[in-house]
Design a protein around this ligand. Structure first.
Ligand code: BES
Ligand code: MN
Length: 456
């Protein structure tokens, strides 16, 4: 039996037919607050994995929920028709915490549409990624022309700590010629992109202790340092005057030719007027290819009710983003050395590791990348896709690439510059989402045409 050939117009019609159901299922997923972070109720992550498993079973995949000490991932497989390639489709079903609820205009876990966008935590990152895969599968019905392996991770937002173990335990079922990672975004509304680099990451905690207990700030202040001032001075050593990271020995990448207009960056990031940009070099270099250092939080007495006392201990959460070529373990070692060496006033500095992830840079040349660009161009009515980097991280990609070095890695996604992933009022542009779904269906058809060999 030969698999029927789907034309572009078949697939356009099929995606149009499937979109209402896909949207309804996306809303069902958004209602499940599956957060893998410590301190959250992980039964929701379990429910979310179940819901994803059900969606995949309905696409006639062979489905299992797997875990390796961490949160549940869902693997769904469907063998390739004879001679056809196998494509791995990746997304994650866990979401970020919602932060300050007061900043949300509507309940984060009750999806609502406003001005062509669907609002809710995970509506874009990355439940829409899951649904783009499901939409493509549904478009082909029983006549899927490629083999597929869906890998829907359950703790991506919390550092993918058990991922390596999980991938090695399921190595055999995960093998694929091509993989589509639907967890990035596009260049702008109306302009598609293929993501060709992502940064790695190291998160850690630094605790600074200057005393064994709090003491009266009037009695001892002036001679005895407080830990919050010491921590602030330590944090201040992490950047140089220009705002570049001042930790010695970190790798910097370079070489992008894409421009990101300063006005656009300021506006998209919501920068307050008069605040200067930090770092040096082309803006795309700074946000895609250079190391960064950010302070994500501080444990210290809240200002309301803070007594007149010298704070004996304070702790900050630090996060570094790292370019391709930088081993996160080495970057962490360099940071620890820097923090210990720069301890102000002899304060006791203790650094604790949280998690890390590898950066990735993709050589986006070859038939599969051409197929992806064609699919994008068609889905966006003739607009050429941009090759872009992103500053964020998807640790899965490097781990997968190590296991299957010959697979072509296509990083796609639904986000646009207004998606506000990780922030309040996260949303999905529904028009762009429809294009992402169509592009993925077109891509699978093209991959099938290109055949099993060669993968790249
Ligand atoms: N979808 C993002 C990755 C991303 C960020 C793609 C920006 C495109 C632009 C992903 O879900 C994510 O946020 N990952 C975490 C990983 C971390 C916990 C290791 C991140 O980058 O913070
Ligand atoms: Mn994501």
């Amino acid at each position: 039996m030969t698999t029927p050939i789907f034309t572009e117009s078949d697939l356009r019609a099929a995606i149009d037919r499937e979109l209402p159901g896909v949207r309804a299922d996306l809303e069902r997923l958004v209602r499940i607050p599956g957060i893998a972070f410590d301190g959250f109720d992980h039964s929701h992550v379990e429910r979310s994995a179940e819901a994803v498993a059900e969606l995949l079973r309905d696409c006639s995949l062979d489905v299992r929920i797997v875990r390796s000490g961490g949160q549940p991932a869902v693997i769904g497989t469907r063998p390739a028709p004879p001679g056809a390639p196998t494509v791995l489709l990746y997304a994650h079903h866990d979401v970020q915490p919602v932060g300050d609820l007061a900043l949300w205009e509507s309940d984060p876990f009750e999806p609502v549409e406003r001005n062509g966008r669907l609002y809710g935590r995970g509506a874009a990152d990355d439940k829409a990624g899951i649904m783009a895969h499901v939409a493509a599968l549904r478009a082909f019905g029983d006549a899927l022309p490629v083999g597929v392996v869906l890998f829907i991770e359950g703790e991506e937002e919390y550092g993918s700590d058990s991922l390596e173990q999980l991938l090695s335990e399921h190595r055999d079922v995960l093998a694929a010629d091509v993989m589509v990672i639907a967890d990035s975004g596009n260049w702008d509304v109306g302009v598609p992109a293929l993501t060709t680099s992502l940064r790695g990451l190291v998160n850690c905690f630094v605790e600074v202790r200057t005393g064994s207990h709090a003491v009266h700030s009037g009695m001892f202040g002036g001679a005895v340092p407080d830990a919050l001032t010491a921590l602030s001075r330590l944090i201040a050593t992490l950047h140089d005057e220009a705002g570049d990271v001042a930790v010695a020995g970190l790798v910097s990448d370079g070489g992008t030719t894409v421009d990101y207009p300063e006005d656009r960056l300021r506006q998209e990031a919501g920068m307050v007027d008069g605040v200067s940009l930090i770092g040096t070099g082309r803006l795309t270099e700074r946000i895609w290819l250079k190391p960064t250092m950010s302070v994500l939080g501080i444990d210290a007495p809240p200002t309301t009710g803070a007594p007149n006392a010298l704070v004996p201990v304070a702790k900050a959460k630090l996060s570094m983003r790292l370019p391709a070529g930088q081993d996160p373990k080495r970057a962490y070692a360099a940071l620890v050395e820097h923090l210990e060496k720069n301890a102000p006033w002899g304060a006791r500095v203790t650094v604790t590791f949280e998690h890390d992830g590898n950066p990735i840079s993709i050589d986006a040349t070859g038939p599969m990348f051409d197929a992806a660009r064609d699919a994008f161009r068609t889905a966006w009515d003739g607009v050429d896709p941009v090759d872009m980097g992103v500053g964020g991280s998807i640790p899965f990609i490097a781990t997968f690439q190590e296991m299957f070095p010959d697979a072509a890695i296509l990083v796609t996604g639904v986000e646009d510059p207004d998606s506000r992933a990780h922030g309040p009022n996260e949303s999905l542009h529904l028009g762009e989402f429809a294009r992402v779904c169509l592009a993925e269906a077109l891509l699978l058809a093209k991959v099938a045409e290109a055949g099993a060999e060669p993968a790249r």
